[in-house]
Design a protein around this ligand. Structure first.
Ligand SMILES: [Zn+2]
Length: 158
């Protein structure tokens, strides 16, 4: 763990996160509800140890991590029925491995692009920021709905 890494600090204290942010905890990763809930159900899957590349994981860890990512994406699909799931690992700003699981919907005005252009606009345009953030009051319900599906999927798997 690296204390100057924001995700290391966050995963060191998962119990302190509110239920509208911490959706689920897997053996290798934690599911956090993302900031931009215009993409309803958008989650960030954060590795619970500090690693920056898939090549830094053992084969067993990579397989387990992919399973956790697939379960999370499946839960978002079951909860919100997006047109398509997007999966992105970037890490240019925070290198600690985290995957953006972004459901895309038919009413998305940028439906053919990655979400990062509107997210960048949100930094300087309050109207875009407000649209992308969605209704803050619905975050708890969104997290609960993803959690409910994860509970069903992980119970079915055991
Ligand atoms: Zn880290």
């Amino acid at each position: 763990m690296t204390m100057d890494c924001p995700y290391c600090r966050k995963v060191a204290d998962l119990d302190q996160l509110p239920p509208e942010e911490l959706v689920w905890t897997f053996p290798l990763s934690a599911v956090l509800l993302g900031s931009w809930q215009f993409y309803r159900g958008y989650c960030v899957l954060v590795l619970r140890k500090h690693a920056t590349e898939l090549s830094a994981l053992t084969d067993a860890e990579r397989r387990q991590f992919l399973e956790e990512m697939s379960l999370t994406a499946h839960a978002i699909e079951l909860a919100f029925h997006p047109r398509k799931m997007n999966y992105e690992m970037l890490g240019n700003q925070v290198a600690h491995m985290h995957w953006h699981l972004i459901p895309r919907y038919p009413d998305d005005p940028e439906s053919l692009q990655a979400i990062w252009l509107p997210v960048e606009l949100a930094a300087t345009d309050p109207a875009v920021a407000s649209r992308l953030r969605g209704d803050p009051a619905s975050r708890r319900e969104t997290a609960d709905l993803v959690r409910l599906q994860l509970r069903k999927l992980t119970q079915a798997a055991t």
